[in-house]
Structure formats: structure tokens, C-alpha cells
Design a protein around this ligand. Sequence first.
Ligand SMILES: NC(=O)c1ccc[n+]([C@@H]2O[C@H](COP(=O)([O-])OP(=O)(O)OC[C@H]3O[C@@H](n4cnc5c(N)ncnc54)[C@H](OP(=O)(O)O)[C@@H]3O)[C@@H](O)[C@H]2O)c1
Length: 269
Amino acid sequence: MNNFFKNKVVAVTGGSDGIGKALVEKLIIQGAFVSTCGRNHEKLLSLKNYIQNERLSILIADVSIKEDCENFIQHTISTFGKVDILINNAGISMRSMLVDCDIDVIKKLMDINFLGAVYCTKFALGSIIQNKGSIVGISSIAGYRGLPGRSGYSASKFALNGWLESIRTELSPIDVNVMWVCPGFTKSNIRNAALNQNAVAQGESPLNENSLMSAEDCAARILIAIQKKKRNLILTFQGKETIWLNKFFPRITDFLIRKFFFKKGILIK
Ligand SMILES: NC(=O)c1ccc[n+]([C@@H]2O[C@H](COP(=O)([O-])OP(=O)(O)OC[C@H]3O[C@@H](n4cnc5c(N)ncnc54)[C@H](OP(=O)(O)O)[C@@H]3O)[C@@H](O)[C@H]2O)c1
């Protein structure tokens, strides 16, 4: 087994489900000390019971609240002494056309997906610099190509990519690696939890979740990329294809995206 993560302290936001949970599990197996947070106490407790390892610390924190992020990072440092790697993973999605959408949905997406990463990074930065560590943002293909029905989600991920690119340029001379990851469609709870036009979880997935990349596969690739200090990681063939097509043939991509997401003018995915 590779020793890269052994005894490193890794803070993963949103580790109680999906990709975050798979990251936590793999990091513990690889000998890291892991601190994670989420909003739901039961989900965190069930993670703790499932992992059953003293190297895992859990805390209730909502990353859209600045004080919660400060608490989470302070708790990580007081429990394990430092932060080597921060993985800004916590995120939610949405499903609503702009004409129908309550503006609060878009604000909520920005608060969690973008500002949550800003807060946690800012509070962990001193320790990460001291340890010449890494800052990771789990973004999305939607952070390279705006997607219909997810305007707030795309905006939050574009913001995340731009912000990470800026701080990457600031921090690379002092040996802090900054990386963003763009998973393609990955099996998780994200579509069930996606906010509808009234900011309520839609409670279903319009995709066949079993046909998607598994969260475990996604997490394994993320950990390899962190270890290799990659600049970014784009996942799935469909994801790479979308970004490439959009770069060189944006109008054709508009057409193909409409074809994928709409049926008879109605948003179906
Ligand atoms: N799955 C995909 O297809 C896909 C594709 C591209 C990108 N991504 C990105 O991957 C990341 C992980 O998503 P996932 O698919 O694993 O979703 P998921 O299964 O819904 O898991 C999301 C995790 O984040 C936590 N979370 C959500 N809002 C939070 C908040 N305000 N504060 C703290 N924790 C919060 C959730 O716990 P609580 O609900 O208890 O807070 C949960 O642990 C997200 O950033 C997402 O945008 C996913």
C-alpha cells in the first residue's frame, strides 16, 4: 500500500455521503487522520459507527456559515494538531429553470458550493502553508460548461474554479498545491438532495444512478491526483468530451446539451 497519506491530517467537508464518504473511507484505510463535517448529525454518527476508527473525527458544521467553518478547522487542528490537506467537497445541486426559480436557491448554492470553500480554505491556510500541503476543490463539469436547470450550480462551480486558479498562482511558489476536480455524473445522493425551484430537496434522481461512475472510483482517482500534485482532474469520458466540444464548438455543444437535458422543451434531467 502507498504511504503518501499515512499520518497526514486531511479535512474533508461533506464526508457523510457520496464522494466525500468514499474519500473518508479510503483515507482512513491509507493511514490518514481525517476530520469531516456535515449538517446532519445522524448521517455523521452512522459514518463514525461504520468506520469505527479513532483517526476519524466528525463535527456538525454547515459550510455556508463562516463561524461553522472556523469551528470545523479549529476542531481539526485541536484534535490532530494541523491540516495538511483540505478537500472542499461539500456541495449541493439544484433543478429549476431561471424563470421559475426562487432567487434564494441561487444564493444558497453560492453560499455552500463557493463561499463554503473560501471560508474553510481561509481558516486552514496558515496550517496548510506551514505543512506545504494541498487545497482541493471538488468542482464539476458544470464549472466549465453552464448547464440548464442548474444555473446557480454552474455559477458556483465556475466561481470555485476561477478562485482556485487565482490562489494556485499565489501559492505555488511556496509549495502549496491547489487542485480542482471535475467529476462527471457520479452515483451519490446529490440529485436527491438537489433543490427545486422552492429550495426544497427534489427527493429523486432523474438518472439511472447505477449506470454512473461509482463514488469509490471517483474518490480513488482524486486521491491519486492529490498525491501527484496535479493541477486539475477531469473525470469521465462524457465530461472530457463536453469540455473539449464546448471549447472548440460552443454552438454545437449548446444544441447537444439542449438535446440531452430537454424533451419537447421541458427539462427532463
Ligand atoms: N455526484 C455527482 O454526479 C457530482 C458531479 C460533479 C460534481 N460533484 C460534486 O461532488 C461533491 C460531493 O457531492 P456528492 O455527489 O458526493 O453529493 P452527496 O452524496 O449529496 O454528498 C454531499 C455531502 O455534502 C454534505 N453537505 C451538503 N451541504 C453541506 C453544507 N452546507 N455544509 C456541510 N456539508 C454539506 C452532505 O451532508 P449533509 O447533507 O448532512 O450536510 C453530504 O455529506 C459536491 O461538491 C458536488 O457538487 C458531484
